[in-house]
Design a protein around this ligand. Structure first.
Ligand code: TXA
Ligand code: MG
Length: 339
């Protein structure tokens, strides 16, 4: 790892795009670390076939070595070469949803270094849709190993400043190109065992996936037992620093808010729509009532709250409906008080 300040390349026009991509690809090919936007969140990239470069990703993030990384690829052909068995489900899902926010876990081929998969026999692969991620992959001609560009257990970044908040000076380069459109991480489907399994819900819904390959087993998100369904998918991921509480019912929310108000807590209260009067210095933050819009602003809202001196966050938990699965998953992890 270097202690040099992170170089920032701001891409805001087609003119500086090509030059920035060439420079970033050079850094990656030389074994360096580059943070870049994808359509979900910013990723922290390294040459996925260079074990020394991938080791720097774990070091920069402070990521446990047992938590494997996603390999990002330019196209389906590149993905096929990284897996031992390209199944019919993989073919159907990738032709329907790639490039896009879908990660597939498949048996790995001999090309994939151990450090990428944390020694596991499977590899996670995704073909991103963001123009900068695509251009970078096309230019460097190698899979890019990229977790979200945050220190381990911190919130995922949806803006360049979120990346710098925890990784400035720990990575070589940041391609800064505004907010990511999706706002939460990709949906992960495990195709390596008999039945397709959901490892992480995301913007791409289970219903959309089931419409292409039939039933998917839900293992992760609604599993409250604390078991570890995938390595690294432990609680206390995606957590803001400000303590956070979820209210299942509006009446609970009102009660908690009133108690906090009496105690003099300065609360950020996130509701679905504007239905509550909140007294300053506490603040009502009206969240979108459409799941895709909610996802887009969720992490940036929590990042902003962390910077603004609130003592607590109170959140109206969205309804138990399939389209809210990914949001509920991220909120539960962020609110988990132990671990
Ligand atoms: O949207 C995304 O997926 C973003 C962008 C940058 O692409 N990336 C991302 O990476 O969220 P990360 O490392 O923060 O989350 C990847 C998750 C981890 O929970 C990891 O445990 C899981 O994928 N994973 C990786 N390889 C796996 C494997 N072989 N089997 C099961 N889970 C795996
Ligand atoms: Mg992450």
């Amino acid at each position: 790892m270097n202690n040099m300040p992170t170089r920032i390349l701001t891409v805001d026009s087609a003119l500086n795009l090509a030059e920035s991509i060439r420079e970033a690809a050079g850094v990656l090919k030389a074994g360096g670390l580059v943070a870049f936007p994808t359509e979900t969140v910013y990723g922290l990239g390294a040459d996925g076939l260079n074990p020394h470069a991938v080791a720097k990703v774990y070091a920069a993030k402070g990521r446990p070595s047992r938590n494997p990384l996603i390999l990002h690829v330019a196209d389906i052909g590149s993905a096929v070469s990284l897996v031992a068995d390209w199944s019919a489900e993989a073919a159907r899902l990738t032709s329907a949803f790639w490039p896009g926010p879908l990660t597939l876990v498949l048996p790995r081929s001999h090309l994939v270094p151990d450090i990428v998969t944390a020694g596991q026999p499977t590899v996670a692969i995704r073909c991103p849709a963001h123009a900068i991620a695509k251009a970078l992959l096309a230019e460097c001609q190698t899979p890019i190993a990229a977790p979200s560009a945050n220190r381990s257990s911190e919130l995922s970044p949806t803006l360049p400043e979120h990346v710098l908040k925890t990784l400035n000076g720990r990575i070589d380069l940041l391609i800064a190109a505004g907010a990511t459109s999706g706002g939460i991480e990709s949906t992960i489907i495990d195709l390596s065992s008999a039945q397709p399994r959901l490892l992480r819900p995301g913007i791409l819904t289970v219903q959309e996936i089931e419409s292409v390959i039939g039933p998917v087993v839900l293992t992760n998100s609604e599993n409250e037992s604390g078991a570890l369904p995938a390595p690294g998918m432990m609680a206390r991921h995606y957590a803001p620093h400000t303590p956070m509480q979820l209210a299942l019912e509006r009446s609970d929310l009102v009660q908690i808010y009133e108690k906090w108000h009496e105690q003099g807590k300065i609360a950020a209260v996130l509701t679905l729509g504007n239905w509550l009067d909140v007294q300053p210095p506490s603040q009502l933050i009206e969240m979108p009532i459409l799941p895709a819009h909610y996802a887009r602003v969720l992490f940036s809202t929590l990042h902003t709250i962390d910077l603004n001196g609130f003592s607590s966050i109170l959140i109206e938990f969205p309804p138990d409906q399939p389209e809210w699965l990914a949001i509920r998953d991220r909120l539960k992890r962020a609110a988990c008080p132990d671990a």
